[in-house]
Design a protein around this ligand. Sequence first.
Ligand code: PRX
Length: 566
Amino acid sequence: MSNIGSYETRHRTFSWKLAEGELEYGKSGNYNIGYFCTDRIGELGNGTRVGLIWEGFTGEVRRYTYDDLRIHSNAFAIMLRQLGLQPGDRICIFMDRIPELYISFIGILKMGGIAQPLFSAFGEEALAMRLEDAETKAILTTRKHLGKVRRTRPSLPHLTRTIVVDAGDRPLERGEIAFSMEKAQRVENIEIAKVTPETPSVLHYTSGTTGKPKGALHVHSSIIAQHITTKWVLDLQDDEIYWCTADPGWVTGTSYGIIGPWACGVTQAVLDAGFSAHKWYAFIEKHNVTVWYSAPTAIRLLMKEGLEPVGKHNLSSLRHLVSVGEPLNAEAVIWSEKAFGRPFHDSYWQTETGSIMISNYPGMKIKPGSMGKPFPGITAAVVNPKTFEPITTAGTVGLIAIKPGWPSMFRTYWNNQETYEKKFKNGWYISGDRSSVDADGYFWFVGRDDDVINTAGHLVGPFEIESALLEHPAVAESAAVGKPDPINMEVVKAFIALKPGNQKSDDLTIDIMNFIRKKLSPLAMPQEVEYVDSLPKTRSGKIMRRLLRAKEWGEEIGDVSTLEND
Ligand code: PRX
C-alpha cells in the first residue's frame, strides 16, 4: 500500500495543518530543519538506523547512522559558532558529493546559518557572482576546489572564513581553517539555534533570462512540504533505501537529497561518481536501492545504452521511480517500464517552489508525457498570459500558476524583492512555464516562457553566458540560446560577432568553449558556436534571442516588426 493511498481522498481532505502534524512540526518549540533531520530521528528510536550510505568514485563505501549524522552535524555547528559565525550568516558549501557536504548542510542549519550550496563544477566567475550577491561570510570546501576559492577571495570582502574539510596537516593560507569532521570531538547534544518557522534556512541561486542569477530564499518551515511530498510522491516508507541522483548544488539535491529523506528517517544512498550505465546499475544492485529519484537526461542516457546492461544486473529491489527537472518524454516512461518493470513518474516543480507541485502519484493512472496533477494542498492552474485568469478550456495552453501559501514557497529573491514581487499576478505565483490541462486535470508541459536554457535538467541563464563571452578578447557581440539535443533536451549554442581583426577558426571556437567552461561551468559551455556578422536586434538595441532560438527549433519566427536589421 502506498503512503498516499487514494489521490482523490487526500486531495479532498488535505490541510497543511495535517501535514504539520505528520511531522510533529513545532513539537517542544522546535522548528529547526537540522533537528528534524537528525535529533528527532534518534528520539523516535531510530538513531542506529543508517541515514547515509556513501560511495565514492573509487568504490569506497562509508555508512553513517542517524546518531552519526547528529554528532557530526553538531561538530560542524560548534566549529562554525567558534569561528564567530552568527545566525543569519550565509555559509556556502562548495564540495563534490562527499559526506561532509550533506552533514555540514545540517550543521549550518543547526547553528542558525543560511546554507548556500553551490555546484562544485562552477568556475571562478560563477562562484564569485553568487558569493558576492549573498555577501557570504564563510565557505566550506575541499582542497580540490580551494584554488578557485582563493582566486575569488580578493574580490569578496565579506568572505572572511574558508574552511577546508580535508586539509589534514597541509599548510593553508591566512583566513583558511582546517576542519576534519571525522576527527572532531563527538558531542552528543548541542543547543540547536532557536528559529521560527519563518527563519531563513537555504539560499539557492537560479538563473533567469535577464540579470545575474537570483538567490531564492527558503525558510525552515519548508520542511513541512518537503516531508509530506517525500512521503506521498516519492512514497518513502520506513525501510527504504533511497537514491536521489541530483547534486545538492541544485534544489532537488537539498529538498529531496537531504531534507525530505532525512526528515522521513530513511536510508539514503549517494554516489559521488560520474554517469555510466554500468556504474549506476551496479550501485542499485549493491545497495538494494528501492526508490530512485532521477532526471530525464539520465534516463535517456540509460536508454541509449539499451537493455543489455540492464540484464546484467539484478535490479529487483527497485519499486518506485520518479523523475524531475525537464520534460519526461513518453518514450522514456514506456522504456523504463520495459527495462525496470515499472514506469518513471514525472514530477514538476522549481527552485522557487521548494517542493513538488505537480506529479504522478503511486496508484494514479499515468498518462505518459503528462506531468500529472497538483499535489494535495496545491492549487495549480494554467492562466491566460495577459489577464492571468485561469483557463478553463481543456487543452488550451497558458502559464502554469500556483496559489501562494504553501510552506516551501520561496520568501524572496536575495536583495531583489522587486523581481520577487513581479512573480505574482492576480493572486497567483506565475511559474514562467507553459502548459495545458486536459479534461481529466492532467498537466501537459509545453515549454518555458522565457529564454532560459534547460540543459540536462539544469537551468542556465543566457545573460550569464553572454556576459562571460564578452570578456573574451575576440568577441564583440554574442547571444546564447538553447538548441535541441536528443539527450540533454537542450544544449547551449552561442552566436558570436567577432571584433575586427579576428578570424573565425576551429581553434578560436575551442578557445571560446573552454573560456566559458572555466569561468562558468561545463553546463554553460556552448556546444556549438556560430559566427555571424551581426546579431538581430530590436529597435531599442536588445538582442532578439527569440528569433535565433526559433531558427534552431525550426519554429515559426512570429512577430518581427520590431526588428532593426531584418
Ligand atoms: O522549466 C521547468 C523545468 O525546470 C524548471 C525549474 O528548474 P529549477 O528551478 O532548476 O528546478 C529544477 C528541479 C525542481 C521549471 O520551471 N522543469 C522542472 N520539472 C519539470 C520541468 N519541465 C518539464 N517537466 C518537468 N517535470
